[in-house]
Design a protein around this ligand. Structure first.
Ligand SMILES: [Zn+2]
Ligand SMILES: [Zn+2]
Length: 381
């Protein structure tokens, strides 16, 4: 049974207000940084006071003046300033975590750490926007997203530029690497799925897990397509989730919502959620053979009625459905009739060999709020 340990955060969540800056352990602070126009409301930045002086951050926030102000105010609670920051270790490249890292670096000279699989998404810089937009569109068409629900060119361009104009990291994080944060023993655990280079951080000394968006107490992270090189993101995610079973933290410090304990219970809940989702999709294909990913998405249960979902959220729902179908293909449960859009059928008889990779990319920072009701709830950035 998951226990909420961040009770002040939960109470703030229920009241719809920003939670307080809190001292989580001696020298470790939780700083909520608001995200503009998003139901997740804030990202939780963790600030570590380093032995010998200075501060190390895990995640930074969205690049807005409001977020920058909240980060400065949070640091001031324990007498620090942005200029004191020595390192910004970022769990993944999504703009709500990574966006503000460069402003911190410019004000302090801090190094920014990111996993290479996420850094690769930035490698082309703004010049790669046209290619990314084309790849996103190709994937949406592959999934059968109707023309009127495709992002309009300016929206697609804004999304692509928001991602691709973010700065390159200084340090590429390896799985199992110990971070250079004096006074702290934080180990990198590569957990691809929500993004290709998502990492969690673990302290054996403190028995703490910083879980980013990989494991959250109430919602499940949105699992969708980021890159042509990642053909089975949900399979990656579930493997990464299984890695959590080797850990026994006293407390989990997530990137959103509130702190909690009993990691294994939460992992089991999320696994049950995806198993149920996969079964639901097989069921739908049994009733409607030859469905596209989009048609499947419209027939599944979501947190709100399909008609109430915005076009942005519907596309995220389509991407998430496609991630589930891709895993079913890998497992030999479903076969794809190639084409644009691709159509899917339940596989008869013995499992066949894995399907080839899907050929394009989804929006790199998918929206929240689309998974169905009940545990574990809504999807996350
Ligand atoms: Zn996030
Ligand atoms: Zn995210």
């Amino acid at each position: 049974m998951v226990t909420i340990t961040g009770t002040a955060q939960k109470s703030s969540w229920d009241r719809g207000v920003l939670p307080p800056v809190e001292q989580v352990r001696p020298g470790l602070w939780s700083v909520p940084v608001p995200i503009p126009i998003n139901p997740l409301r804030y990202v939780l930045v963790y600030a570590f006071e380093l032995s010998g002086g200075g501060v190390g951050l895990v995640d930074a926030g969205w690049d807005t003046d409001e977020a920058w102000g909240a980060l400065q105010d949070g640091l001031a609670v324990f007498g620090a300033r942005p200029g004191d920051v020595r390192a910004v270790v970022v769990t993944h490249v999504h703009p709500d975590h990574y966006g503000l890292a460069d402003r911190v670096r410019r004000s302090s000279g801090a190094w920014i750490g990111l996993h290479p699989a996420d850094a690769a998404l930035l490698k082309d810089g703004p010049a790669g926007a046209e290619g990314l937009i084309r790849a996103m569109r190709a994937l949406l068409e592959h999934a059968g997203v109707p023309e009127h629900t495709l992002p309009d060119p300016s929206e697609a361009s804004t999304q692509a530029h928001t991602l691709l104009s973010m700065a390159q990291p200084d340090v590429l994080l390896d799985d199992a690497q110990m971070l250079e944060l004096p006074g702290w023993d934080l180990r990198v655990i590569w957990t691809p799925g929500h993004s290709p280079g998502h990492v969690c951080l673990y302290s054996d000394d403190q028995r703490l897990l910083l879980s980013g968006d990989h494991v959250l107490p109430r919602i499940t992270p949105n699992i969708s397509f980021h890159s042509p090189q990642v053909p089975n993101p949900l399979g990656n995610y579930l493997e990464s989730l299984a890695r959590m079973r080797a850990l026994a933290p006293d407390e989990i410090l997530p990137g959103h919502e509130y702190r909690f304990s009993d990691l294994r219970s939460r992992v089991a809940e999320i696994e049950r959620h995806h198993a149920a989702r996969l079964a639901e999709i097989e069921h739908a294909l049994d009733r409607q053979p030859g469905s596209t990913a989009w048609e499947l998405a419209t027939s599944l249960e979501w947190s709100r009625q399909w008609a109430e979902l915005s076009a942005f959220m519907r596309r995220a729902a389509g991407g998430e459905t496609l991630a589930h179908v891709a895993l079913l293909e890998r497992r030999g449960r479903v076969r794809q009739e190639p084409g644009v859009p691709a159509r899917f059928y339940l596989e008869e008889g013995s499992p066949r060999s894995p399907a080839g990779p899907l050929s394009a990319a989804m929006p790199p920072c998918p929206p929240s709020g689309v998974a169905r009701p009940g545990a574990p709830g809504r999807g996350a950035f």
